[in-house]
Design a protein around this ligand. Structure first.
Ligand code: ADP
Length: 368
């Protein structure tokens, strides 16, 4: 039978057009009868989401319980307090905590044409709410244990980034599951080609440290920028005398980080106020912004902002470079320069040259 025997409107044929929905087919009421190309749709949903997200920060730890979720929540709060549009994606599929840390226990997501709704955490210090997306919002009860097969883990990572309606964001902070297993590899693959950097949470104990070195090696092998380490539970202030002491010796950690070429960004003390703020759904960075604990998060917040600026500058330089390499681009730049008053032209040309990192022709066509 030749191809021409098929009716042009064969109901089983995959149609190239997309339905325009902002979520995966799995959540769609029309999925059973849909004949559109589902693979194409899933890819498009993920790409259109990522296009609207600036810098992605993966908060990693190789061990549970070291404070990775606490760091993620306070990092997000610190970035939002600086006026950035921030989302928090809870990818810790075995113990999703962000719903608790932002006061959303028991809340559930809604689905509409744009995708799964994120929950908006508001605070008087924030110009814009923090958008929180978590698997916990999709479960029947908050204490349901989740048993995952690897195939579902892959789907979940895809849905978390693609199906949630994040809107435009400057930062998406991802609270990763502990370890360097499948979830990390899946997510790193999905985010390949986007501005992603990692931040590592650890405690100074040796066992957490040994595990953390695996995560450092993962980043180095993947070529993923590692902003540094947040040392959590590092030091305690006595509530009675105000004296400081360390439960775990730090010297070994400092030496190992040095050898691995990774910097320690900050040390967060072990603090009841920090834990109770998290339990009340109020990150301490917003609840008590002048406290020692809140201030301890600031170097990590600043490292994320610096990384985002560097990524932006690198992307801008790359675009200018591409523009410079194309003949048409050069003509466009020269046409634009011609419109600038003559006395400003040379200065502007010099500025463009330094941004492009290359010599540019002057008015006479000579290179300099
Ligand atoms: P992880 O995400 O690594 O499993 P969490 O951030 O959920 O760890 O922290 C585990 C528990 O320890 C939580 O109850 C949290 O409130 C508490 N915790 C984390 N960091 C600190 C700290 N610096 N001081 C006191 N309690 C903390």
């Amino acid at each position: 039978m030749s191809v021409s025997h098929f009716h042009p409107h064969d109901p089983l044929a995959l149609k190239p057009e997309d339905c325009g929905r902002g979520h995966a087919c799995q959540f769609c009421p029309q999925e059973p009868e849909c004949r559109l190309d589902k693979g194409h749709h899933e890819k498009r949903v993920l790409e259109s989401r990522l296009e609207q997200i600036g810098q992605i920060i993966m908060v990693m730890a190789n061990k549970g319980g070291v404070g990775k979720s606490t760091v993620s929540a306070n990092l997000a709060a610190g970035l939002a307090a600086r006026g950035y549009r921030v989302g928090v994606a809870d990818a810790d599929i075995h113990g999703p905590n962000q719903s608790r840390f932002f006061g959303f226990v028991g809340e559930r997501v809604r689905i509409n044409q744009q995708g799964l709704s994120t929950l908006a955490f508001t605070h008087p210090a924030l110009q814009q709410p923090i958008r929180v997306g978590s698997l916990a919002f999709m479960m029947e009860t908050d204490d349901t244990p989740i048993v995952w097969r690897d195939a579902y883990k892959h789907d979940f990572m895809h849905h978390l980034i693609g199906s949630f309606d994040w809107g435009p964001l400057d930062f998406l902070v991802i609270d990763m599951p502990p370890g360097t297993g499948n979830e990390l590899i899946t997510l790193s693959d999905l985010l390949e080609g986007h501005d992603v950097a990692a931040l590592l949470a650890t405690t100074p104990q040796e066992v957490a440290l040994m595990d953390s070195l695996k995560a450092i090696r993962f980043c180095q092998e993947r070529g993923m920028p590692l902003l540094g380490v947040v040392e959590n539970m590092a030091g305690v202030t006595c509530p009675h005398c105000g004296g400081e002491f360390h439960l775990f010796p730090r010297a070994h950690l400092a030496e190992a980080l040095d050898q691995a070429g990774v910097s320690s960004l900050t040390q967060i003390p072990l603090s009841p106020a920090l834990a109770s703020g998290s339990d009340r759904g109020q990150p301490i960075v917003l609840a008590e912004p002048d406290s020692i604990e809140a201030r301890a998060f600031m170097p990590a917040v600043q490292a994320c902002i610096d990384q985002a600026r560097d990524s932006f500058a690198a992307a801008a330089a790359h675009s200018l470079q591409s523009l410079h390499q194309g003949q048409q681009g050069t003509a466009d730049i020269e046409a634009a320069l011609a419109a600038v008053p003559a006395e400003q032209r040379d200065a502007l040309r010099a500025e463009l040259s330094s941004l492009l990192g290359q010599a540019r022709p002057d008015d006479s066509g000579n290179q300099h």
